[in-house]
Design a binder for this molecule. Structure first.
Ligand code: ADP
Ligand code: GLC
Length: 488
């Protein structure tokens, strides 16, 4: 049985800031179902250690690494049979608040480089069998910059497992100063633009891109986009150089967590063949949010309030849509100025526009079920999970045609009636977003057209079944082909 160590900085339901957490739970589970022995490695954040203790798990080993007292706990990801390893280092991970990266004021922890450098070191030691455990992986699968140093630390070992690095978001690179690089004890030989140096800074993500045996990203369109200057965040040249090792594999979703037929966050359930209860979900949502219960079109948004998500475009179109009677249900947390602009909007339109700030898993499900239209005007979107959740819940998405949105949402103007499931705008402007929403509103007036769009969305297959198989094929390939990246 092939053994995979899946290193990640977030995993649902223990610690989550975005889609990485969802994928880090559902992909390892899907790989286990395919017969892989996939085990997760996560920093020992307080919430994760608490869950481990409460489930009766024990620490497996304890040792010193430099100045740090480190233990490794072996437990299970709650609600699954998947093994979870926790790197317990109180000095670095025992921090207040729910965020894995920031303090309660929303500032990045000053020592994030130290925190995820240590995580990388321990991940590499585990992979090389240096921690005295009986288990050693054949593949180490790293995700985003927080685990990107593992392939660097494995690169010099002849018997190291093969490494895969997945880019969930190229915009977050883990950039730190040269002094930090020195303080971490990284050798000067790595301080070269071919390795970890990036415009005078230390780049964690380059570790994953340069030293992994294979690179993947979370949709085929994003795999193409990041090789262009527009989407490449300064790394497009490197990615073009690595293009033969770069694969776009579309994310799947957890179809048990996100299932309108049995969602515990909903009072009423429905499915593609019995959609009637969706309107009950809408009425309940309107009551919950203080919106008028009426037949007005309800537009939903759930996500991080950051530039990536196209908040400024959204802010540019909300007012004319409110004027024509639309309702809005917005849920998110993020940058202060977006929060303030949205708050002002809501004050001016009570009963028609609702904003919930903060993280609320249940409400995310209820907006996904209760809205007519789900908005994702992202400037860029590596994959995006919310559009797949809304498709599954018969909520028609309006999206910017980039990344994974381009690969999952199909517009009636571009596709057959059998395929169309949402509305896609291609020009990166608020006017284009407005035009797409207007088309969606017109389609909603025609019951038959709307029903067909909803049905196509609800009947789509967004599960991990085949998509996890693509990772499995990649692992198999890496194990059989015996070249190593540093022989490039
Ligand atoms: P990203 O990872 O870029 O944030 P994704 O669409 O891949 O975008 O995933 C976002 C995930 O985070 C989804 O599961 C979404 O429902 C969830 N989410 C984002 N913001 C919130 C929030 N404020 N409350 C609850 N869930 C949220
Ligand atoms: C990132 C991306 C998002 C993707 C998620 C999971 O956070 O922004 O598009 O769906 O990772 O891969």
């Amino acid at each position: 049985m092939t053994r995979v160590l899946f290193a990640t900085s977030e995993v649902f339901p223990l610690v989550k800031t975005g889609g990485l957490a969802d994928v880090s739970a559902s992909l390892p589970e899907a790989l286990c179902r395919l017969g892989y022995d996939c085990q997760i490695l996560l920093p020992g954040y307080p919430a994760a250690l608490k869950a481990a203790r409460e489930s009766g798990s024990r620490r497996k080993t304890r040792f010193r690494y430099g100045q740090y007292d480190v233990s490794l706990w072996q437990t299970r990801l709650p609600g699954t049979a998947v093994t979870l390893w926790l790197v317990d280092c109180p000095a670095l991970f025992d921090r207040a608040g729910d965020s894995p990266y920031q303090d309660e004021e929303g500032e990045d922890w000053w020592d994030n480089a130290h925190r995820f450098h240590l995580f990388g070191r321990i991940g590499a030691m585990l992979a090389l069998g240096q921690l005295g455990l009986a288990w050693r992986p054949d593949i180490v699968h790293c995700n985003d910059w927080q685990s990107a140093l593992i392939p660097v630390f494995l690169a010099d070992s002849q018997d190291a497992p093969k490494t895969v690095f997945t880019i969930h978001n190229l915009a977050y690179q883990g950039l730190f100063s040269h002094e930090t690089s020195r303080a971490l004890g990284l050798p000067d030989s790595l301080w070269r633009y071919e390795f970890l140096e990036f415009h005078g800074q230390l780049s964690f993500i380059k570790g994953g891109l340069v030293f992994s045996d294979a690179i993947t990203t979370v949709s085929p369109s994003y795999a193409d986009e990041i090789q262009t200057p527009w989407f490449g965040n300064g790394l497009d040249g490197l990615l073009r150089h690595k293009s033969s090792r770069l694969h776009g594999i579309l994310n799947g979703i957890d179809t048990r967590q996100w299932n309108p037929e049995a969602d515990p966050h909903l009072e009423f359930h429905y499915g593609a063949d019995y959609p009637a209860n969706k309107s009950q979900c809408q009425a309940r949502l309107q009551q919950e949010l203080g919106l008028e219960v009426c037949g007005a079109p309800l537009l939903g948004f759930v996500g991080r309030l950051v530039e990536q998500k196209g908040l400024d475009w959204l802010l540019g179109v909300i007012k004319p849509l409110l004027e024509r009677g639309c309702q809005f249900a917005l849920l998110g947390s993020g940058e202060h100025h977006y929060q303030e602009s949205l708050k002002t909007m809501v004050r001016e339109w009570p009963g028609q526009c609702s904003l919930t700030l903060g993280y609320n898993e249940g409400l995310a499900h209820r907006i996904t079920a209760g809205a007519d239209i789900f908005l994702m005007p992202s400037r860029f979107e590596p994959c995006g999970l919310n559009q797949m959740y809304s498709l599954r819940y018969g909520t028609v998405p309006v999206v910017h045609g980039v990344g994974g949105l381009n690969d999952t949402v199909f517009d009636p103007n571009e596709e057959t009636t059998e395929q169309a499931n949402g509305f896609v705008f291609r020009e990166a402007t608020p006017d284009a977003l407005h035009a797409a929403i207007t088309r969606a509103l017109a389609a909603r007036e025609d019951r038959k057209t709307w029903r067909k769009l909803q049905e196509n969305g609800m009947k789509g297959d967004y599960s991990w079944k085949n998509r996890a198989g693509e990772y499995a094929a990649l692992y198999r390939n890496l194990i059989t082909v015996n070249d190593r990246i540093y022989e490039d």
